[in-house]
Every structure is written in C-alpha cells, then in structure tokens.
Design a protein around this ligand. Structure first.
Ligand code: NAP
Length: 289
C-alpha cells in the first residue's frame, strides 16, 4: 500500500489560522498586536525569499512585523546595537536575525545578543540548554514543526525507535532532544556515521535533515516507517527536492512528507506560534508583578 502523504501545507494553514485567532485575542486584551522584527543583513537571494514569506505570514496572522534591512558591510557593533534596542522595545515580542550572516559577523555573538525571551528561532544557548534539560523554552521552529506533524499524525513516540540523520544545532540535535523527551529511543547520525543503512532500517520514525538529494533510498527504510524529510535541495533543473527518494520510499513507508509542502510550511507556522508564545508569556509575567 502506498504511504500516506503528510500534508504539512494544510496543517500549517490550520495552525496559522489558530495563531491568528490568538493574536486577535491578544490585541483585544493588551491593546497592541504581538510583534515580530526580522533583521536581514545583506541581500542573499534565498534569505530574501525566506524573509518575504515570514513577513507575509505575520500579516495574515494579525502579527505586526517589521523588516530591518542592514547593508552587507554593516559592522557587528551596528547589528548588536540594533538588537539591543529591540530587546528593550516593549512592542517587539520576537526578534529573528536571518542566517547566514556575512562572513565578517560572528553568528554566535549575534545569537547570544538576542534576549532569550524574544529568541523566536530558539537558537540562544539559554533556550538550547532549557530544551536539553526539559524546561519550558522557545524551541527551534523546524524541529518543533516536525514534532507537531508527528503528533497530528498520532505517531506513537513512546518507546519508538527514532533515527535522526543530520546533527546540526538548528535541526538534528534539537529534534533528537524533543523525540527523546517524548519517550523515543533516539539515534543521531552525522557525516561520520558508518553503515548508515543499518541505523536507518531500525527506525519506526526516520528523519532526514542533511541537505543531500536522494540520500535516503527505499532500501534504507523499514517497511511501515514514518519518514519526515526536512531537507531542501535545489537540483540543477531548478526542481526542489528533499533528502529522501520520495517516489521509491513512498512504496515502503507508512507515511511520508513531501518536499515542497511538508516540513517547510510548518517552520513558518511555528515561528508565528513562538512569537505569540513569547508575547503571552511576557504579558503573563507582567500581570503578576
Ligand atoms: P547543516 O548544518 O549543513 O547540517 C547537516 C548535517 O548533516 C550535519 O550534521 C552533517 O554531519 C550531516 N551529514 C552530512 N552528510 C551526511 C551523510 N552523508 N550522512 C549522514 N549525515 C550527514 O544543515 P541544516 O541546517 O541542519 O539543514 C539540513 C537540511 O534541512 C538542508 O537541506 C536545509 O536546507 C534543510 N532545512 C529545512 C528547513 C525547513 O524549514 N524545511 C529548515 C532548516 C533546514 P556533520 O555534523 O558530521 O557535519
């Protein structure tokens, strides 16, 4: 039987409407809409597209968004000053610095300058540490979106074998941590992993987050597994594909995400949700003082 198709686009649309309803309630309760500020340094073409999508999604969800554009030659100091003024601006609930940054600006310094309460990307070490220790925090959008998809699919996680291929700080590692906390037994693979197929064939839930088209073939997938493809790769033909050989893996998997239309739209929905969560949590803390 062919795999069930996990429609991230339609789930993300539903979630965005829910965020929009919450944002309207926030406005009526607090007299202002939740606010997200996106900082774009330079004009990397892919970043331009991502930023445009994020800003447009905010508007549709009744979140006020501001795009700050800085020249590619801007200094680290100028970027830090911009972040500092946003950290103290009570109308700004979320700050997102679009990565990658130009080579002369150290990403770590910039990520660490964002107030952890406004770190809607969930990349700040305070949020990463809180995730690691199971404390409430803002979580990275892509792994969070994957967890919401699995939950929506009613995929059992407790005692399941989960294999995450890819171990970056923004996708693979935080996703592995979320799966572990949900009770899965987790294997994380990286570029040094020997005999990848032996690991991936154990997976009830297989996540590919590498950035290599066709890395996961049908032979590497346990029949009946749920396969989530985080990868986004543009082929020479211009076609957008994931890391999974979709056509053939769909013949053995129980469920599979497409690319595009799978994890990607969920990432933006989670960014909106994080912005609302950040706004509500600060408003709640203020109401207690
Ligand atoms: P990244 O920082 O380049 O990390 C890639 C990871 O894959 C690394 O841990 C690397 O191992 C591992 N790897 C490389 N080759 C491998 C191989 N042959 N076998 C096993 N592991 C291998 O990438 P990323 O930022 O996590 O992004 C991964 C993919 O997801 C990209 O295609 C990206 O475009 C996509 N992405 C999608 C979304 C979305 O919204 N859908 C969001 C973010 C990223 P080492 O640690 O050993 O180097």
């Amino acid at each position: 039987m062919p795999a069930q198709f996990i429609d991230g686009k339609s789930l993300a649309e539903t979630l965005r409407q829910q965020v929009g309803d919450r944002a309207k309630r926030f406005l009526s309760q607090h007299g202002r809409a939740p606010g997200l500020t996106v900082i774009l340094v330079g004009n990397n073409p892919a970043s331009e597209v991502y930023v445009r999508h994020k800003v447009a999604a905010c508007e549709k969800a009744s979140i006020v968004s501001e795009l700050i554009r800085l020249d590619a030659s801007c200094s680290t100091e100028a970027l830090l000053q911009t972040i500092q003024s946003l950290n103290t601006n009570p109308n700004v609930d979320g700050i997102l610095v679009q990565l990658p940054l130009p080579g002369h600006i150290p990403e770590k310094t910039i990520i660490e300058a964002i107030s952890p309460n406004k770190d809607v990307d969930g990349f700040h070490p305070v949020n990463a540490g809180a995730l690691f220790t199971g404390q409430p925090c803002l979580k990275p959008c892509t792994p969070l979106g994957v967890m919401v998809m699995l939950d929506h699919q009613k995929t059992p996680l407790r005692a399941a074998e989960a294999v995450v291929v890819g171990a970056s700080n923004i996708v693979g590692k935080p996703l592995a941590m979320m799966l572990l906390q949900a009770g899965a037994t987790v294997t994380i693979c990286n570029s040094k992993t020997q005999n990848l197929e032996e690991k991936t064939r154990r997976a009830d839930i297989l996540i590919a987050a590498v950035g290599r088209p066709g890395l996961i073939t049908a032979e590497m997938v346990k029949p009946g597994a749920v396969v989530i493809d985080v990868g986004i790769n543009r082929l020479a033909s211009g076609k957008l594909v994931g890391d999974v050989d979709f056509e053939n893996v769909a013949r053995v998997a129980k469920a599979i995400t497409p690319v595009p239309g799978g994890v990607g739209p969920m990432t933006i929905a989670m960014l909106l949700q994080n912005t609302l969560d950040a706004a509500e949590s600060v408003a709640h803390a203020q109401s207690l003082t």
